[in-house]
Design a protein around this ligand. Structure first.
Ligand code: GMT
Length: 379
């Protein structure tokens, strides 16, 4: 099939999932056309069957706000027509679903039928999308999609809760390519960060308020009073200054290491003993799954889709949002002995196997076939 994939090119989970999906489809012989405003971060190698089309928005003095959505819609029309695409798959509703709808209507007026599938990722529903300034457009563009998927059961429920959706929503969980993980930890030496054999806790995110990173620091602060630990923070974003200040305030600068943005997060994960995710809301928690794929157990909140990913008492533990005492208690329980830690590491890896791309890719392929060969799902 010839498939156009529209996504955000940044470090966010939706862009990572879209890119890895496209790469896996290309490896199976599909022709994949990525359409975005910049090259997706994970699209870092030349790969057969993959093409990239950049959406360039020019500045014009009259625009206070450049109309990205219109330029994207025009680009979609162009790529669908000239590359003879069979399908558009847009990741993240805003503004990709409405741009796809617009492109579909333009192409329809030219006698071309192009179906589009919308995959909802989380904040497009739970944070931004339900804002009244977006809601009517999002509802419309979702309802007009030829198929809609969410990355967890929890996100499906939230979508029905917040929007008057008439369409069937299919859950296709996020995935990881398992063979990219489990690196031997030679790439980044563990001894360099934990010279006295301390256990390494790690958190990876875009440092936005929804991640509640101050809770990561508070958990770390409680744990270090009982067990020698170091904390590695990967990523960057609006909360970074606040978190750096908090690290200084609790006198932990020497034990908290800020690595900043890293493309190959699996290299940092290969050194870690435990992953901490304290989010207020999380539709899936791809970062937690990536940790588990690296044999790193997860201490997380029990919000959104996290209970579908992290199994309490097996691959890690779940706590209520903000309950840093419980998270610290659970961290200590896992790190107490090497035998317990090793068992959780094995369990985390077993749990991650369920989300290997080999199990998830066929679900997308069969959805594509239904949409392209049988037409719109539940319209
Ligand atoms: O977590 C973020 O802030 C990034 C965001 C995104 O759109 O890239 O992540 C969302 O999509 C990921 C991939 O499906 C999910 O794993 C994350 O849980 C979800 N984030 C939230 O729901 C906060």
């Amino acid at each position: 099939m010839k498939i156009g994939i529209v996504c955000y090119p940044t470090f966010g989970g939706s862009g990572v999932v879209a890119t890895e999906l496209g790469k896996a489809l290309a490896a199976k012989g599909h022709k994949i056309h990525f359409i975005s405003y910049s090259q997706p971060v994970k699209l870092d190698h030349f790969t057969e069957n993959i093409f990239y089309h950049e959406v360039t928005v020019s500045d014009y003095p009259i625009f206070d706000y450049s109309p990205y959505e219109l330029v994207l819609a025009s680009k979609l029309v162009d790529v669908v027509k000239h590359e003879n695409l069979d399908l558009l798959h847009v990741h993240y509703a805003i503004p990709h679903a409405s741009a796809a709808f617009m492109a579909k209507q333009i192409l329809k007026s030219q006698g071309i039928n192009i179906p589009y599938i919308t995959t909802l990722h989380g904040t497009d529903i739970t944070l931004v999308g339900k804002d009244p300034s977006f809601e009517p457009v999002i509802t419309f563009a979702i309802n007009e999609s030829d198929a809609v998927t969410t990355v967890s059961e929890s996100l499906k429920e939230s979508t029905f809760e917040h929007f008057p959706i008439k369409k069937e929503i299919r859950v296709i969980h996020n995935f990881i390519c398992l063979n990219q993980y489990s690196l031997p930890d030679y790439k980044l030496s563990k001894a360099k960060y934990a010279p006295n054999g301390e256990k390494i806790l790690i958190h990876i995110s875009n440092f936005r308020p929804v991640k509640r990173i101050e809770d990561v620091i508070l958990v770390f602060d409680r744990v270090r009073k009982q067990i020698p630990v170091k904390l590695i923070l990967v990523g960057d974003g609006p909360e970074r200054n606040k978190i750096e200040k908090l690290s200084r305030d609790i006198d932990a600068c020497g034990d908290i290491i800020f690595l900043g943005k890293l493309r190959a997060t699996e290299e940092a994960l290969s050194m870690a003993d435990l992953f901490i995710l304290t989010s207020e809301s999380e539709s899936f928690g791809l970062a937690a799954l990536e940790a588990m794929a690296s044999k790193v157990p997860v201490i997380s909140t029990n919000t959104g889709g996290l209970p579908e990913v992290n199994k309490h008492g097996y691959s890690g533990y779940l706590s209520d949002v903000g309950d840093v005492d419980d998270m610290a208690k659970n961290t200590i329980a896992i790190l107490k002995t090497d035998e317990i830690l090793d068992q959780f590491k094995l369990n985390a890896f077993e749990q991650a196997k369920l989300f290997d791309i080999r199990n998830i890719l066929p679900q997308y392929e069969s959805l594509y076939e239904e949409v392209v060969y049988k037409g719109s799902i539940n319209k």
